[in-house]
Ligand binder design. Structure first.
Ligand SMILES: Nc1ncnc2c1ncn2[C@@H]1O[C@H](COP(=O)(O)OP(=O)(O)OP(=O)(O)O)[C@@H](O)[C@H]1O
Ligand code: SF4
Length: 831
């Protein structure tokens, strides 16, 4: 009998197969990569398979746990049984009490909703949230550093501890389980439910996911109670899911004076600043958990878990109760069965630690995972410009001049060391004469040749910068000094006013990479817009993802287009002996999709490698499109390899009247770096307005190739011109290719093969992203044309998603005329 995944609809056949594969992957443990094209209900497949597994597993393990309870060997059987029954009842009791509390909250909320309008308390609290004043001290004293004695090798705070809190707050957070500590026994505070961590890239993707989560009803994870004491029969009973949305302070902060700062970094900074032990009590955030609102934190936890809420709902609950939802969410992590969170909170170990999240034994699902490697590389890469360095230096000198005599302990020594390091970095950037060229690589030692820099202990200095909050003090003081007096140039001043974080924080972040440039990264420099930038780039994301894989029971990477999947094996999981992969079919019959390659025209082979993108090639692309366009009804979308190539095409076609000839068939719209959205809007309006359709000329990897939905008439034919390889000549790409090849050579593989494979995979992933959006639902139909002789190669075709390959016969003719004929027949078959 087919497994019941508690899908809210009758699952499609492809969904059933996908759910079975995900369920098996979680049950067996390990890592799996799952591809499910857009429009095939991927979210519900992920939800139903992972949560069905979770509830079934809980039922199974409950009895196993009771059976495994230790009893004395010499105890008679009846006593052992009695002890086990007692423990079992106790476990039931804890869960039932917790469920009962959540039920009370649900009922209370339902009643409250009815009389919502006149809730005075709520009004008062909201008002407090809006009106609370930020500290307004004008006194310079606020910029003076606290006494700092760091030469003792004190250990860094442990997991989840928050060095920025006062001792009292820290103690309270410990009691509330907000940071890891020993918890009292036999209370629901003990519960660390088995969970699914679901992570996606954007806030709106997470909100959509939570919307799908609300559709699902799941059976209880409790087995039936022992018959003699049974209070209810749990067989067939459902149990609401305990779900928690985690977000950033930007999403959750309810202190209006902080949220109005607008950007994430400033909100984080101000929130932490308000919690400093040196901040006077009357200026602290009134919503931060403290000894007077302990009950509210527990109340918040129960509200958070009693219903499936997205991040906005959670912020409203916090505002209603008058407690900070960002901090009060933490005690809800333990009892939650599903936690939804954005990429950075899951991928950064420091963020997980700060939230007290342990992935040990839990299930991790990462959606939109085609971006995962880039996201990890982005998180661990950092850069600093010469302008920022100059600004940081000027601010530091100003600060030292003002406060030199008021700095106690080792403060003066450390601040001077920061100036020395900044000077050393500037020494490097200024040493790059015109002859050095526009960019290059460098060794970290080249950045540390300044005077007396060899005497600086970088790790102590970084710790000092963290603990002393020097960046904030310096920035705070510098912002009070009139521009005319602060000795900072116009560009640098603009950099300060437009910057999201204190300039010194950039220096601080950069120092971390300098201190520990792992073997997986490289340093680069580049000159652009009259300033030099020094950059650290992570080349190997695998090590930073490894602790997630090691801790979690299973890791599911899911996405609409994950092909080609080999890249993940090589780049992200080189240490794993095996990896499960599954490419889910589409909802449409193969007859609703036509896939062809154009490999030649009457003049010969068509290949648009970087070298052969010349005028004659551009004219031949135009002629091929003129052969195809008359056969297409609705939207014809053409993706070029780059904006600069698209500009060349526009210029050439206009001068050769090709643009005018295309226009005779359909109105033509040109994408541009600055105006993608406006172009798409007018294109969509033209499609909606007429029967002729329209042509959109766009760029792979541009705004319109990812995230835009080309359903129905918006995209009846998609043409990809050439293979959009990244520019492999940049220092970053050269370093990346070199790194991949070195590792492959060490594995005994032939030179150059692994790096070529990686570049091809990156290229084909962007092709797949672009073409994967033409089919959005069961009744949709479209054609895909891949214009370049290289698409006929087996190696390249193998990198297309399974459902596209199915409509791409290997023996199909690939001349322009053949493809134009096939397109004509295809459209004739669609009424
Ligand atoms: N078997 C089904 N029958 C009917 N509707 C379904 C079924 N499965 C999912 N849906 C619904 O179809 C809608 C669209 O699904 P879609 O594939 O766009 O969602 P998704 O998988 O979350 O999106 P994406 O693939 O873009 O991440 C969803 O709202 C979902 O509730
Ligand atoms: S404690 Fe919470 S509400 Fe207060 S400033 Fe920080 S994030 Fe905002």
């Amino acid at each position: 009998m087919a497994k019941d995944f508690h899908h809210p609809y009758e699952p499609y056949d492809i969904q059933r197969k996908l759910m079975e594969a995900i369920y098996a992957c979680i049950e067996d443990g390990g890592v799996g990569i799952f591809e499910s094209p857009t429009g095939t209900g991927k979210s519900l497949s992920l939800i139903c398979s992972s949560l069905t597994w979770l509830r079934e597993h809980k039922r199974r393990t409950f009895d196993e746990a009771v059976a495994a309870i230790d009893v004395e060997d010499d105890e008679p059987d009846w006593m052992a049984q009695h002890a086990k029954d007692a423990r079992r009842r106790e476990m039931f009791q804890i869960r039932e009490d917790f469920e009962a509390r959540l039920q009370v909250v649900r009922e209370r909320e339902n009643r409250a909703r009815e009389r919502h309008a006149n809730d005075e308390l709520q009004h008062k609290r909201r008002k407090l949230a809006m009106d609370e004043d930020r500290p307004s001290s004008q006194d310079d004293e606020q910029y003076v550093l606290d006494e700092y004695e760091s030469d003792d090798e004190r250990t860094k705070p442990g997991l989840g501890t928050q060095s920025e809190y006062s001792t009292e707050t820290t103690k309270l957070m410990e009691r509330l389980g907000m940071i890891q500590t020993k918890k009292p026994e036999n209370t629901d505070d003990d519960i660390d439910e088995l969970k699914v961590f679901f992570c996606s890239r954007t806030h709106s993707q997470l909100s959509q996911f939570v919307g799908e989560l609300q559709r699902v009803n799941l059976p209880t994870g409790m087995p039936p109670e022992p018959s003699e004491t049974a209070r209810c029969d749990t067989v067939g009973a459902t149990e609401p899911l305990k779900h928690l949305s985690l977000g950033s302070r930007k999403n959750l902060c309810i202190n209006h004076k902080v949220t109005k700062l607008g950007n994430q970094a400033a909100i984080n900074e101000r929130c932490i600043e308000l919690q400093q032990s040196s901040t006077p009590a009357e200026h602290k955030c009134p919503f931060l958990p403290n000894k007077d609102n302990e009950d509210l934190v527990l109340d918040f936890r129960d509200h958070a878990l009693s219903k499936i809420r997205d991040i906005e709902d959670l912020a409203s609950v916090g505002a209603r109760l008058g407690i900070c939802p960002y901090y009060a969410s933490r005690p809800a992590i333990g009892p939650a069965e599903m936690v939804t969170l954005p990429y950075p909170l899951l991928l950064q170990k420091s963020a997980r630690d700060a939230l007290g999240i342990s992935l040990k034994g839990h299930v991790v699902v990462i959606d939109e995972a085609h971006n995962l490697m880039n996201a990890i590389e982005g998180i661990y890469s950092t850069q600093i410009s010469e302008t920022q360095l100059k600004l940081a230096r000027a601010s530091l000198i100003m600060y030292l001049q003002k406060f030199r005599n008021r700095l106690k302990g080792s403060n003066r020594v450390y601040v001077t060391q920061v100036v020395r390091i900044v000077d050393s970095l500037l020494l490097f950037t200024s040493s790059l004469g015109a002859a050095a060229g526009p960019s290059g690589t460098l060794e970290p030692s080249q950045l540390l040749t300044g005077k007396a820099v060899d005497q600086v202990n970088l790790s102590k200095l970084v710790r000092y910068l963290n603990d002393s909050k020097l960046a904030r003090k310096v920035e705070g003081y510098a912002s009070t000094v009139p521009a005319a007096q602060n000795g900072v140039g116009e560009t640098a001043r603009t950099a300060r006013t437009t910057s999201e974080v204190p300039t010194l924080t950039h220096v601080q972040n950069f120092l971390v990479t300098l201190m520990n440039p792992s073997a997986e990264g490289r340093f680069f420099w580049s000159k652009e817009d009259k300033t030099t930038t020094v950059q650290y780039m992570l080349l190997d994301p695998s090590e930073h993802f490894r602790d997630i894989v090691q801790d979690a029971r299973a890791v599911i990477l899911a996405g609409g287009t994950m092909s080609p999947m080999d890249d993940y094996r090589q780049q992200l999981f080189p240490y794993l002996p095996s990896l499960k992969t599954f490419s889910c079919g589409h909802l449409i019959p193969t007859s609703s999709l036509l896939v062809r390659s154009i490999a030649a025209d009457r003049e010969g082979a068509l290949e648009f490698s970087y070298k052969s993108r010349n005028t004659s090639g551009i004219i031949r692309i135009g002629k091929a499109l003129l052969a195809i366009a008359p056969n297409v009804r609705g939207g014809l979308v053409v993706f070029m390899p780059s904006y600069s190539f698209l500009e060349q095409v526009a210029e050439c076609w206009r001068s050769q009247s090709i643009a005018a000839d295309l226009q005779k068939h359909k109105p033509v719209f040109w994408d541009s770096r600055a105006g993608s959205e406006a172009t798409f809007k007018t294109y969509a309006e033209a499609i909606a307005a007429g029967r002729k359709g329209a042509i959109l000329l766009s760029v792979i990897g541009g705004k319109l190739s990812e995230g835009i939905n080309f359903s129905d008439d918006l995209g009846r034919c998609v043409v990809v011109v050439g293979l959009p390889f990244p520019n492999l000549q940049t220092p970053e790409w050269r370093a990346k290719m070199q790194y991949i090849d070195d590792k492959a050579l060490a594995r005994g593989e032939p030179k150059g093969k692994a790096s070529r494979e990686h570049a091809e995979n990156v290229c084909m992933r962007s092709v797949n992203q672009a073409v994967g959006r033409v089919i959005r639902h069961k009744g949709d139909w479209a054609s895909i044309i891949l214009m370049d002789a290289r698409y006929t190669q087996q190696r390249i075709r193998a990198k297309l998603p399974g459902w596209i390959k199915e409509s791409f016969p290997s023996d199909s003719a690939s001349g322009v005329d053949d493809v134009a004929r096939d397109v004509r027949h295809f459209f004739q078959g669609k009424s």
